[in-house]
Ligand binder design. Structure first.
Ligand code: BGC
Length: 281
């Protein structure tokens, strides 16, 4: 992916704009976002995630990447961890040194004077889909699940995010008779790749996880994201669930867009009413 030139990234002045960062296991993505349309302005910038992906290494890279944009406003950062009271709490698919990291202090040190707000990556994708994508206009409870290395979840009630749900770690009884395991160990996209499963073989595992969730929460719709949502027509018809299933539409950019929206909503750039949870809850 080419680097955006700061000049090409300057948005029209009247467009509400934000900057979002999505930290993944293999890549860190940054993009300037048109918050009226929920779309990237110009190219996104992508760099390999530092290895080991410690908080200091990741924050130093974010600083470098953000500096490539002509942007002084708030920055939203999506991370695959629970962000609770300003502290990262878990690390299933990122470096374990994130556990206990005070993210406010981290960004104060690496991006002093800047407003940087962090949230869970699936929560960012959920905000995107409910505002601009597959969950838009659905009243009641919408649950977004992202299928990647793990399974991320976002729970949105009438558009308002209940942060830090972790349904990827729900214990579910395996349909292949191997007892109970975490949902993401049974049905993530990485499990499908590891075991070489066809969509016909994998879809029943996804249905099984969705069933466990719908039996507890009775959502109006599931929005399913991650790379596999691009092949939705090949496996959505194989799912056997009572809840309607929709494919995420913003796909690979949903984390960036939702992170930018979260930061803008919390710093007064946009008035999102009561849609966002308080920072760091
Ligand atoms: C993490 C979640 C994350 C998901 C997708 C899970 O292993 O616990 O916080 O949202 O992976 O990245």
């Amino acid at each position: 992916m080419s680097s955006p030139s700061p000049l090409s990234a300057v948005p029209p002045t009247e467009t509400p704009t934000g900057l979002g960062v999505d930290v993944g296991g293999t890549g860190v993505k940054v993009g300037l976002v048109d918050l009226a349309r929920g779309e990237l302005i110009g190219d996104r910038l992508v760099r390999p995630t530092p290895q080991p992906a410690t908080p200091d290494a990741v924050a130093a890279l974010i600083r470098e990447m953000v500096a490539e944009f002509d942007w002084r406003g708030p920055v939203g950062v999506a991370l695959p961890s629970v962000i609770h009271e300003g502290v990262a709490r878990i690390a299933h698919n990122i470096d374990h040194s994130w556990i206990g990291c005070d993210v406010v202090d981290l960004f104060d040190r690496h991006l002093p004077g800047r407003t940087v707000l962090m949230l869970n990556d699936a929560d960012a994708a959920g905000l995107t889909e409910v505002h601009y994508g597959a969950g838009e206009g659905v009243d009641g409870l919408v649950i977004l699940l992202t299928f990647g290395t793990g399974i991320g979840s976002a729970l949105l009630l009438d558009g308002r995010l209940l942060p830090n749900t972790e349904f990827g770690h729900l214990m579910v009884e395996d349909i292949a008779g191997r007892g109970f395991d975490e949902a993401e160990h049974l049905a993530s996209a990485s499990v499908r790749a590891r075991d070489g499963l066809s969509f016909e073989e994998w879809a029943p595992h996804v249905s099984n996880v969705l069933r466990a969730i719908e039996d507890l929460l009775w959502p109006r719709a599931f929005v399913l994201g991650g790379g596999v949502s691009e092949a939705a027509d090949q496996w959505f018809p194989l799912l056997e669930n009572r809840t309607p299933v929709r494919a995420a539409v913003r796909r690979g950019d949903a984390g960036i867009i939702g992170a930018a929206l979260y930061a803008a909503g919390h710093s007064g750039v946009l008035d999102l009413g009561r849609v966002l949870p308080d920072v760091g809850v």
